[in-house]
Ligand binder design. Structure first.
Ligand code: MSP
Length: 482
């Protein structure tokens, strides 16, 4: 088996600055990427920006900028945030990249030539926020539940992609987990949707949206932004439809090594698109489907969806300033199960930061390092901690990230108690043998903590490792917040 791991995040709309929802998905992807790198896999983490479409055209117009200048700035904001959060991505696609645009045009031409795309007309209710047509039963009181807006009635000439002729094959692939949708309840949700109705062909072009990729066979239309966006997962690793049909050309090297994605992380708001349009496009062009789409829940702020109107948006820069990059990473991923909605408030984050990071981990590290300065005991990391270690690895593999962190924090809490119970600062004077035994355990555990924590909190992990080597801790790991 190829020792590779290809992971993707959604590409985010370049219509506004990033918020913690975006950070949540991307941090989780970075944790998995770092985790598999430590398992000696060759890893490719793809990130990027979704820069076309009406929503972005509108946002640029609103501030009097041309769309390209507008998205250039937002892309910088996202890149800066990823840097500040220690996101180690391997590729960054922007859908306005020349290569991406050319490839999208080639794919559309290919689909048109094969007869998978045909000219017609589409009538429906369009939500600009989602950049999607909505059926009546997806609305609540006539409004899009995600955006709380009434979708516009639209009827226009367009090109359509055939969907239903691939429906049975898609259902089979989802059922058999060849195309796995996780967690299980999202698989069931998609299967019941697919089994209850015949899929409508979807409009893949817009006539009145200028800010998009021109259809190669009809310049009066631009590509529907979701088709443009989904193809990033292929263009981001250098896929070229022409090369992939011939013998693998030079530009196909990354693609040949990494395709298909081992995990595609998405929020639940974009599951249906990823579980229908995306695999059906791939089936039409004859490319193997991703191995797994993993869907996570939403972050709520004070019990409500974050929005500018409610004024409850948690700013990622503010989080980094308060808690540091590792603190922000920890607080986001430990807040609740990855597949479910989780509620966060700044007050609760401060409480958790003080309890888990300043008191829990920070305190343990500084006590153990101080005690280690009293002895010559070397930190021999035996296999004594093999079991909890295995358990943590398995949890990360299953993307139960909060549980994995929970296990690490159980070791931290147990060790803090172990110190209080054994009082090694007394033992050093009364029972040297016992003192050595206690220290051996604590140093071994600290090493295990540093190792297992590495994908989650890379800087902290390095600091602990360095402190173990030098028996010296520079400063305080996490300062209590008032
Ligand atoms: N551009 C599309 C995705 C195209 S992928 C081919 C899009 N962009 S978005 O900017 O709206 O980002 C959506 C993604 O951001 C969600 O699927 C999720 O991963 C993340 N989140 C946005 N808000 C979120 C929360 N409040 N909570 C958690 N994640 C959320 O849709």
């Amino acid at each position: 088996m190829v020792n590779k791991f290809y992971i993707t995040t959604p590409i985010y709309y370049a219509n506004a600055k990033p918020h913690i929802g975006h950070a949540y998905t991307t941090i989780a992807a970075d944790v998995l990427a770092r985790f598999y790198k430590l398992q000696n896999k060759e890893v490719f983490l793809l990130a990027g920006m979704d820069e076309h479409g009406f929503k972005i055209q509108q946002a640029a117009e609103k501030v009097g900028k041309n769309p390209q200048d507008f998205v250039d700035e937002i892309a910088q904001d996202f890149k800066k945030l990823w840097k500040d959060l220690g996101i180690d991505y391997s590729g960054f696609v922007r859908t306005t990249d020349k290569n991406h645009k050319e490839t999208v045009q080639k794919v559309l031409q290919m689909l048109y030539d094969k007869g998978a795309i045909y000219k017609g007309e589409y009538e429906g209710l369009y939500c600009v926020g989602c950049e999607q047509f909505k059926s009546e039963n997806e609305l609540a009181d006539g409004k899009c539940p995600d955006h709380d807006t009434i979708p516009e009635k639209m009827k226009e000439e367009c090109y359509l992609l055939k969907m239903s002729d691939k429906q049975t094959e898609l259902i089979e692939k989802i059922k058999s987990d060849e195309f796995k949708i996780a967690p299980e309840r999202y698989k069931n949700e998609i299967l019941s949707f697919l089994e209850s109705q015949k899929l409508n062909d979807i409009s893949i072009s817009r006539k009145n949206v200028k800010w998009g990729i021109e259809l190669p066979f009809d310049s009066k239309h631009t590509a529907y932004v979701w088709v443009d966006a989904l193809l990033n997962y292929l263009t981001g690793i250098g896929w070229d439809p022409v090369n992939s049909l011939c013998e693998h050309g030079a530009s196909g090297e990354l693609f040949n090594k990494f395709w298909g994605p081992d995990v595609q992380l998405i929020g639940k708001d974009i599951l249906r698109v990823h579980a229908t349009i995306w695999p059906i496009i791939l089936m039409h062009i004859g490319i193997e489907l991703p191995k797994m789409i993993f869907t996570h829940g939403h972050i709520l702020s004070g019990g409500k969806k974050m929005s500018k109107t409610l004024g409850n948006i948690i700013d990622p820069d503010e989080m980094i300033e308060k808690f540091g990059a590792d603190g922000a990473r920890y607080l986001l991923l430990s807040a609740g199960p990855f597949g479910e909605d989780i509620d966060m408030t700044i007050e609760r984050m401060i409480e958790k930061y003080n309890a888990d990071l300043a008191n829990g981990l920070g305190n343990l590290v500084s006590r153990v390092i101080k005690l280690a300065q009293m002895t010559n005991v070397e930190c021999q990391i035996s296999n004594q901690c093999q079991n909890p270690n295995d358990k943590i690895l398995k949890l990360i593999e299953k993307l139960e990230l909060d549980q994995a962190l929970g296990c690490i924090w159980k070791i931290i809490a147990d060790d803090n108690k172990y110190i209080a119970d054994n009082k090694p600062w007394k033992l050093v004077k009364t029972d040297e043998e016992k003192f050595k035994e206690v220290m051996q355990k604590l140093l071994g555990d600290l090493n295990l903590i540093a190792e297992t924590l590495n994908p989650f909190m890379p800087e902290t992990s390095e600091k602990i490792k360095k402190a173990l080597e030098t028996k010296k801790l520079d400063g305080v790991l996490f300062m209590r917040i008032k």
